[in-house]
Write a protein that binds this ligand. Structure first.
Ligand code: SF4
Length: 376
């Protein structure tokens, strides 16, 4: 009724329809047009209107290291006011442009209002609980019985979880019982903490040395220049004269590597970033404290519940005839090769001839905050 009422007195009528067939759209013209055409035999002139869409090639973005950029970079050198962390270096390996934007220019993504706990806050709460559990045992012998007692002390764990929620999530000194979603997250953290203690029991007896051990040091990377490095080692303990440094990772990840170059290879799928990080800490810790023997390890929390969970790092050596898996209990045979490869990476960051380029590995762009800038 409305349709015919509307066109009743029209001298010229334009009817448009969309020929695209997407989702529920059939791409056909309306039955009213068919009616005009076939039933009422109205003379209709049909036209297909199209337009060209030429998608511009994405522009390649690269930042040359001009005087200004070099000045910014020099702030990371000895005497400067900034320091590089392991995650900054891992970001550079992933994508030099991402490193430039995030760490040199300090472009940060817009703050979003988070309704639930983000992965980083989850990690901080877990780290905080573990640090508090071990703090009281500094320099002391940790036994299996002691860890079992803590693991079963739910009141203690609840108090620590609530205290760490107040500190890292609510950002207040007022500790309150957790409710709703936060309560559930707290229970997941409790499970991870308990499982960590069960894993630790297998390593007992050991001497607990430090948690969240701060690193702020300089490192010579090209004979003359020194870079400032910073970080925090999640846990350091000692057993049978071997110092163990542990990095907790909230996700899952690789604990096996084939060559040292793999740790720095941006093209490598699922590059073992966590190994690069814990090796960097091992290198720095060796330079500062000269332990007799140093053993790096990673606790990937998502893997903790696997029966065959192992925190050790494995070096996979392939010969013509067989494949050997060598567990790294002593970092010293690896330190020189790691230091050389690490230094090459730092030299590249400071090389004025090499611009900050976009990564060729688009897998990295999938979760990058700068994907809209790069149109990737
Ligand atoms: S979107 Fe990709 S190319 Fe662009 S900065 Fe991020 S990782 Fe690098």
């Amino acid at each position: 009724y409305y349709f015919y009422r509307m066109i009743y007195r029209a001298k010229r009528l334009y009817l448009l329809y969309d020929t695209r067939t997407e989702g529920l759209q059939t791409g056909e013209m309306s039955r009213y047009i068919y009616q005009l055409k076939y039933h009422y035999q109205v003379p209709i002139q049909e036209k297909v209107v199209s337009y060209d869409i030429t998608v511009k090639e994405n522009q390649i973005i690269q930042i040359p290291k001009n005087e200004f950029v070099q000045k910014q970079l020099n702030r990371f050198l000895s005497g400067g006011d900034r320091a590089l962390s392991a995650s900054a270096i891992n970001t550079y390996i992933d994508c030099p442009l991402k490193f430039y934007l995030g760490y040199v220019e300090k472009v940060s993504p817009e703050d979003e209002v988070a309704e639930s706990i983000e992965a980083s806050t989850f990690g901080s709460i877990y780290h905080g609980v573990m640090e508090n559990i071990y703090q009281r045992m500094q320099g002391k012998l940790v036994t299996g019985d002691l860890l079992e007692k803590i693991q079963k002390d739910d009141t203690l764990l609840t108090n620590l979880i609530e205290a760490m929620f107040a500190k890292h999530y609510f950002q207040t000194s007022r500790i309150r019982p957790l409710t709703g979603q936060n309560y559930l997250t707290g229970e997941i953290i409790r499970k991870y903490v308990k499982q960590t203690l069960i894993t630790d029991r297998k390593h007992t007896p050991f001497i607990y040395l430090h948690s969240e051990f701060p690193i702020d040091t300089t490192h010579t990377f090209d004979g003359t220049r020194q870079i400032r490095l910073k970080g925090s080692i999640d846990r350091i303990d000692e057993k049978d004269g071997i110092t163990r440094i542990i990095d907790y990772k909230t996700g899952k990840g690789e604990t096996t590597f084939k060559t040292m170059y793999d740790l720095f290879d941006p093209q490598k799928r699922d590059r073992p970033k966590a190994i690069m990080q814990v090796f960097m800490y091992a290198m720095i810790y060796s330079q500062i404290n000269h332990p007799k023997s140093l053993c790096p390890g990673i606790y990937h929390l998502r893997d903790l519940f696997k029966i065959q969970f192992d925190w050790s790092i494995i070096h996979e050596i392939k010969t013509e005839k067989k494949r050997i898996e060598q567990t790294i209990y002593d970092f010293s045979p690896y330190i020189q090769e790691f230091t050389d490869t690490f230094n090459k990476c730092i030299q590249e960051i400071f090389n004025p001839e090499i611009p900050f380029k976009q990564t060729e590995n688009t897998q990295i762009c999938e979760y990058c905050d700068f994907a809209t800038i790069c149109k990737r």
